[in-house]
Design a protein around this ligand. Structure first.
Ligand SMILES: Nc1ncnc2c1ncn2[C@@H]1O[C@H](COP(=O)(O)OP(=O)(O)OP(=O)(O)O)[C@@H](O)[C@H]1O
Length: 746
């Protein structure tokens, strides 16, 4: 405790960085020594260039975060700027994250008592944060850390999260970075805002992640995850291999994964659930999980090497993989056997994650359901995919259709952060419990009415005229992305905007009947939004019809979708921007946005199709419900095309591209001029291919050896567990015998 109150130095010279212990989207974490105290700490190094906030804002946030104090929340000791980085100093939790532990030794997830223990401690952290008006927004196994003594702590709540939730954390270089697997449906939809119950959804997904070793839908590209989360019934413990889990665990997950946020219980209530009777002590976690594991740095190194080998493997052109496989087979060499377990695990994942034929909860409401898309589209899995992506650890560099990529500027809203919540005392006055007008769920207990939580209008309140919030966000966004309804307009404007979002309809239309039997809201929502569009359809209030840049060209329209910005790109159609929208001719300004979108994206053929559907393409009344499935289908096709193009691009190494660019500059120039990208026609030379092959073989061997080591370690851990179990049973028997003897004696 005394150590927690220490003033930690704020100069880089006072810290010695050791090995890397983790890597996130926007940061690298190192084990380090704080030299004046000779104390081992963790230092998270964040790239400030990817951050949209001013240093002043970051400083304020850091102050707020230093007030957080709970045994289950990882607290930042201090933070300071070093060159272009922000260093966040925090306690070192030697066990690492649950995700790392699972990847190293429990690929199929933990046993139930371990899960109950980890989840209970995580819930205590969430209960604390929610009581103080905070929403974590990134609950996942990768953010649940374990200390040497088995203590469980929730991490990544603090200044680093604050910095990156506002923008580039989820997308860089116009690509989607990160996976929305844990994201609650209402966060994706952003129709009514969201509150602390979004964390409860993520908590439910995390429970499944701990049970299976991966989050549901983790093998799918981000956009598909969005669609599946919105369209499918909530995932659960419904698979044959889940029989090992208790009824109470299944029930707990069912309670968390209800699509209607208002029906999810609070963290406080969940803590009382019977499932947590199975929870054990920190000591139990230490003995069952940590004891058999190698040091964190070593684990991270192994995982990274394995990942690199898999990526190289995935880069190898299919034909070479096949040839090589055949040759190995003919020679009787089992060089590929090393990957068998992995392949099996992946196959299991595929099955596991396939939309299951479970019960009527799996019904799809939309004609453009994911299954149907799959039948229509080339399967994404036909393309070599880095296994790390399949594992769902991270979907890096998976470009979204530009309509979803939000490339037009920084996405403003961040639900996180509580620059306004300076006091960390419980908030409980009646006014603080007031329910925001356009939010359907209740507020967290005792939580302040978050007119402006961090920099995100979570509970958009029509009366919210907080100058700080309005000015800051509006200015920032206006400077970069042009006007947005959500920030500048009246509530009426905003509701009108709901219907006018390019992708909004396809995302928010699909609210399904969920586990708890909530009726589908899409019809009413869309009737409503269509009505609103009709009222304001001529563009009086909609940013879509009014947003133009200085040249009079339509500016990109960005609508906030939780961590995403949904933007409509206004530029020429482009090979890798399959959902881009060219300029509207002025005389089409008055057309309905959804129709304009469909027309410009899909071209004349779609126009005909729309006509067949009874949709007038001449600016007359359009039954939106008829267009939406079509839009969804287009959107999905665009995503699939992008995945395929990306995979093709990925099969070329940067060296290949550089070399071929130099030697075939003219051709490249021609191709670049046409496509704006490097050319897949620039094939590598024979020598390069040979060298590449050799590198891949070496990496494969290393990976094979690492796998052997991991397998042995896994076996070791299994034996260790058995021994522990025997020991525990003996211990229990002994205690029981002693108690009986005592009782007899008395
Ligand atoms: N204090 C710590 N002690 C030990 N390991 C840590 C600590 N903080 C982070 N790590 C490890 O570093 C990894 C990366 O952390 P980081 O917070 O940067 O990324 P993330 O939460 O996994 O991803 P994201 O970028 O989405 O937040 C964690 O998953 C964890 O394994």
């Amino acid at each position: 405790m005394a150590e927690l109150q220490r003033a930690y130095p704020t100069t880089a010279a006072d810290y010695k960085l050791h090995e890397e212990i983790g890597q996130g989207v926007s940061a690298v974490v190192y084990r380090a020594t704080c030299l004046p105290y000779m104390e081992v700490v963790a230092v998270k190094v964040l790239d400030l260039e990817k951050c949209n906030n001013s240093l002043d804002e970051i400083r304020k946030e850091a102050q707020t975060m230093s007030l957080i104090n709970h045994p289950n929340v990882v607290k930042a000791y201090c933070s300071f700027v070093v060159d272009v980085n922000l260093w966040v100093v925090m306690p070192f939790l030697a066990g690492g994250s649950c995700l790392h532990i699972m990847k190293s030794a429990y690929p199929e997830g933990f046993d139930e008592p371990v899960i109950a223990t980890v989840l209970k401690e995580t819930l205590k952290a969430l209960d604390y944060l929610h009581r103080h008006g905070h929403i974590h927004r990134d609950v996942k196994a990768g953010n649940i850390l374990i200390d040497t003594n088995g203590t469980v702590k929730l991490a990544d709540y603090g200044v680093s999260a604050f910095m990156f939730d506002s923008g580039d954390r989820q997308r860089s270089r116009q690509t989607f970075v990160g996976t929305p697997c844990w994201m609650a449906p209402e966060v994706m939809e952003q129709v009514h805002g969201y509150d602390f119950r979004a964390d409860i959804w993520s908590f439910g997904i995390t429970a499944l992640e701990l049970a299976h070793g991966h989050a549901p839908f983790s093998k799918y590209p981000p956009m598909k995850v969005l669609l599946m989360t919105l369209q499918n019934a909530p995932p659960g413990l419904d698979y044959p291999q889940d029989k090992r889990f208790s009824k109470s665990f299944k029930e707990l997950i069912g309670l968390c994964l209800v699509k209607e946020p208002g029906k999810r219980p609070t963290a406080e209530k969940l803590l009382k659930h019977s499932f947590f009777k199975h929870a054990k002590t920190a000591d139990y976690i230490q003995r069952h999980i940590l004891d058999a594991l190698p040091p964190l740095g070593e684990r991270v190194k192994n995982l990274k090497a394995k990942d690199a080998a898999r990526r190289a493997q995935a880069k190898m052109p299919m034909i070479e993989q096949e040839e090589r496989s055949n040759n190995e087979y003919k020679r009787g060499v089992s060089g590929w056997n090393f990957d068998l377990d992995d392949l099996k695990a992946q196959a299991a994942l595929m099955e596991d994650d396939e939309p299951p034929a479970r019960d009527d909860r799996s019904r799809r409401t939309s004609a453009a359901s994911v299954d149907e898309y799959e039948r229509e589209s080339p399967p994404v899995s036909a393309v070599p995919t880095p296994s790390a992506e399949r594992e769902g650890a991270r979907f890096t560099d998976v470009p979204l259709p530009s309509a979803l990529s939000g490339k037009s500027g920084p996405s403003g809203p961040s639900l996180r952060g509580s620059a306004s919540d300076k006091e960390m005392k419980p908030l409980s006055s009646t006014s603080q419990r007031e329910k925001p007008k356009n939010f359907s769920g209740p507020l967290p207990m005792g939580r302040k009415e978050p007119k402006h939580v961090g920099r995100f209008d979570v509970f958009e309140d029509d009366n919210d005229t907080s100058p700080d919030y309005r000015a800051r966000d509006r200015d920032r966004l206006a400077a970069t992305i042009g006007p947005t309804d959500r920030l500048g307009g009246s509530s009426k404007d905003r509701s009108g905007d709901r219907g006018s979002a390019v992708v909004g309809p396809s995302l928010s239309m699909s609210r399904d009947r969920d586990r708890s039997g909530n009726d589908s809201r899409r019809d009413t929502e869309y009737r409503a939004s269509e009505g609103e569009r009709r009222q304001g359809g001529n563009g009086g209030t909609s940013s879509r019809s009014t947003s133009k840049d200085g040249d009079g060209k339509p500016a990109p329209v960005v609508q906030k979708k939780g961590r995403f910005s949904v933007s409509e790109e206004v530029e020429e159609p482009h090979m890798h921007k399959s959902a881009s929208v060219p300029d509207w001719p002025a005389d089409r300004e008055k057309e309905k946005p959804a129709v304009r979108f469909a027309q410009t994206v899909a071209g004349p053929q779609s126009r005909q199709e729309l006509n067949v559907l009874g949709v007038s393409t001449g600016g007359e009344t359009v039954p939106v419900s008829a267009v939406l499935p079509h839009l969804q289908s287009l959107m999905h096709h665009a995503a699939v095309q992008q995945d395929v193009v990306l995979a093709l691009m990925n099969s070329l190494s940067p060296a290949d591209l550089r070399q071929s660019y130099t030697s075939r500059r003219d051709l490249s120039r021609t191709v670049s001029a046409v496509s704006g990208e490097f050319s897949p026609l620039d094939l590598p030379t024979e020598r390069e291919r040979e060298l590449q092959q050799q590198v891949i073989e070496l990496q494969t061997k290393v990976a094979s050896l690492l796998d052997d080591i991991q397998t042995l370690k896994g076996r070791n851990a299994g034996l260790e567990r058995q021994l522990n179990q025997i020991h525990n049973e003996e211990e229990e028997r002994r205690i029981k015998a002693e108690e009986e003897a005592d009782a007899d004696h008395q």
